[in-house]
Design a protein around this ligand. Sequence first.
Ligand code: FES
Length: 109
Amino acid sequence: MSASENEWFDLIAVNKLEAGDVTPVEFNDVLLAVYDTRDGITVSDARCTHAGADLCDGYFDGRYIECPLHQGLFDAVSGQAKAAPVTKALTMFECRVQKGVVQIKSGPV
Ligand code: FES
């Protein structure tokens, strides 16, 4: 494992997040979704694994994100696909909060 695989990168200040909702953040030209879940902050690729819709435009209930295009459902904590038509899990990113800033590791979990 190279040193760069262990690097943490600043994503967004916690106080800039939509409380209890999902916030879009672009990182290295990739659109990410930052979820303020009931179980803490999580981060995924924002593109739905079904047909690429932006999940940040979907309905989020504090745990599950519903895709705005065909209403597929994902668990925003595990990334698992929970309801058709989605079958493939979301790519999740390891994240943490340091000094009020959400950080992610460079690669997906
Ligand atoms: S694009 Fe998300 S369910 Fe189809």
